[in-house]
Design a protein around this ligand. Structure first.
Ligand code: RB5
Length: 158
């Protein structure tokens, strides 16, 4: 299984640690940046990783920003991407068993490296359960792009 990695400046330090963890565990990865603590915009990095998952060029993705929120919002705009923001072991496990999450989003400013490694380990090792969850995941895919709100932007747009 190959994983695409990405972070902004706020997630850079944690990405580097998890990259070392993946190397130690001999998990193949593709690091799509960022490569320093110089500020970058999280949508740019999230899009690079989500595209790889969307096209099936990698099996999974890992995205890290300050909170993980921006990364997960962006990634979930890509067809076939199911990004889960997890800060504990339980949600990491369930995001795989029930939601077949293919991108893990983490907040580099929220959790320590030890917990992040445990979350990633659980997320990588847990299989999708299928069964009733398969039907539900298929319903997510079937939604596709919904115009919603009669073409209006939520909150009046910006
Ligand atoms: C960067 O300051 C911060 O906004 C970003 O890393 C992330 O937390 C966004 O969701």
């Amino acid at each position: 299984m190959k994983i695409a990695l990405g972070s902004d400046h706020a997630g850079f330090e944690l990405k580097e640690d998890l990259r070392a963890y993946l190397t130690e565990r001999q998990v193949a990865f593709l690091d799509l940046g960022t490569f320093s603590e110089a500020p970058v915009d999280y949508p740019d990095v999230a899009a690079k990783v989500a595209e790889k998952v969307c096209r099936g060029e990698v099996a999974r993705g890992l995205l890290i920003c300050g909170t993980g929120i921006g990364m997960s919002i962006v990634a979930n705009r890509f067809a076939g991407v199911r990004a889960a923001l997890c800060h504990d072991i339980y949600t990491a496990r369930i995001s795989r068993e029930h939601n077949d999450a293919n991108i893990l989003a983490l907040g580099g400013r929220l959790i320590g490296k030890g917990l992040a490694r445990e979350i990633l380990k659980t997320w990588l090792e847990t299989e999708f359960q299928g069964g009733r969850h398969e039907r539900r995941v298929q319903k997510i895919s079937a939604l596709g792009e919904k115009p919603g709100c009669g073409g209006q932007q939520p909150g009046g747009g910006r």
